[in-house]
Design a protein around this ligand. Structure first.
Ligand code: SF4
Length: 388
């Protein structure tokens, strides 16, 4: 962060970007000049608009997996509009802090930082001022042929922030560098400003995290309890959302279906697993998100093991995106190890695919109540989407 923050006088800017580090003082000023206490923010009837905008903003940040919506319906040209925007941000932040829920905090910060990334990338008029609030310096240069502005940023900022972003663009070796300044060229359909805004997003995230953690450390249980209702609402919604997004992962071995477990352990013990069993093992591993290396390692003790052949064949299955065999095919090929009565899930009529088994186990563990057998159609839909 810059040692000295550039002053921001424009109230519209401070309302549009209430998370700016310069916004803290302004927020306090808005509360004081309107005679509003934090308690008023919680229940004063005349501030209902602020609270509902805060709830919407929070909901939007938390529920949008790909980043929050940048549109705002608040008119920032009016004083009431600016006050609503600033205080709704404060309200949302207080609800998040009062939840003491790290997952909610991370999600909200991600939503706010993504919104900032998009808005900064579009704000040609104020971009340098905004960037100077998060970077130790910024320079611009007009391209000689196109006249487009290209930004340069200090190498120290780039080095600190780039490891958090994936893609070859963000490797220092791929960026032009002169006298300690890194050139942020336009790339992948984004202008130099948008690329720089992406980097700023990381500082915004960091800055919001520090601010919220400080608030949480200072927040008493009594004060947090004042936000019990909105906290309960948003954490309930977040739980539903997280469950819906729960990735298909086979990280927990107890969730593996018996057919997959037996293929893995037989190979591990040097038992020869037939062709269907091997293809199933690799395709199933891919479907549940295992890496190719992890999958290849399952074959390391096979009696006919060859590292090159295994890696080639596993690669083929990953590239061609094979769908794992269903229960019927596995039974026909002698790769289903269970008999009726051996496994309650495998006995279910709807259990026609090992991925359904895994999903049902994960859901059941997640909810801590076994509902899997009662919801076959939900499981079915999810298996379809996992395969697509
Ligand atoms: S019934 Fe299906 S899921 Fe269960 S072990 Fe057999 S093949 Fe696997």
């Amino acid at each position: 962060m810059p040692l000295v923050l550039p002053p921001v006088e424009d109230e519209v800017l401070l309302a549009r970007y209430p998370f700016l580090p310069q916004g803290r003082e302004h927020m306090r000023g808005v509360l004081e000049s309107n005679g509003i206490s934090v308690e008023d923010l919680i229940d004063a009837p005349w501030l209902e608009d602020v609270r509902s905008r805060g709830r919407l903003r929070l909901l939007d940040s938390v529920m949008h997996k790909e980043g929050a919506d940048i549109a705002t319906t608040v008119d920032l040209s009016t004083e009431v509009g600016r006050m609503t925007e600033v205080l709704s941000f404060l309200h949302a932040m207080l609800v998040v802090c009062a939840s003491f829920n790290d997952r909610l905090l991370a999600r909200w910060i991600e939503g706010e930082a993504s919104r900032a990334d998009q808005l900064f990338g579009m704000d040609s008029e104020n971009f340098e001022l905004l960037a100077s609030s998060y970077l130790s310096g910024i320079r611009d240069e007009a391209e000689s042929n196109s006249g487009e502005v290209v930004y340069w940023i200090p190498m120290v900022d780039f080095i600190e922030l780039c490891p958090r972003i994936s893609g070859t663009y963000w490797h220092l070796a791929n960026r032009p560098l002169t006298n300690g300044w890194v050139r942020m060229d336009a790339a992948v359909g984004e202008s130099s400003r948008q690329r720089t805004a992406r980097l700023l997003k990381e500082r915004i995230r960091e800055n919001l995290h520090t601010t919220c953690t400080e608030r949480m450390d200072k927040m008493s249980e009594e004060f947090a309890a004042l936000f019990a209702d909105p906290v309960e609402r948003i954490t309930g919604l977040l739980s539903e959302r997280v469950e819906a997004e729960m990735p298909m992962t086979a990280a927990v071995r107890e969730d593996w279906p018996p057919c997959f477990e037996s293929a893995v352990s037989e190979l591990n013990q040097g038992v020869n697993v037939n062709h269907v069993g091997r293809v199933f093992l690799a395709a199933f591993s891919k479907s549940v998100g295992m890496s190719q290396e992890q999958t290849c390692s399952f074959f390391a003790n096979a009696p006919d093991y060859s590292a090159d052949t295994t890696s080639y064949q596993v690669n083929q299955i990953y590239e061609r995106d094979y769908t794992p065999h269903g229960c019927a095919a596995l039974k026909t090929s002698a790769r289903c190890p269970v008999q009726p009565g051996d496994d309650r899930l495998c006995d279910q009529e709807w259990l026609t695919h090992p991925l359904k088994y895994l999903r049902a186990k994960q859901r059941s563990r997640y909810r801590e109540v076994s509902q899997a057998a009662e919801e076959p159609e939900v499981v079915e839909d999810e298996v379809e989407s996992a395969n697509s």
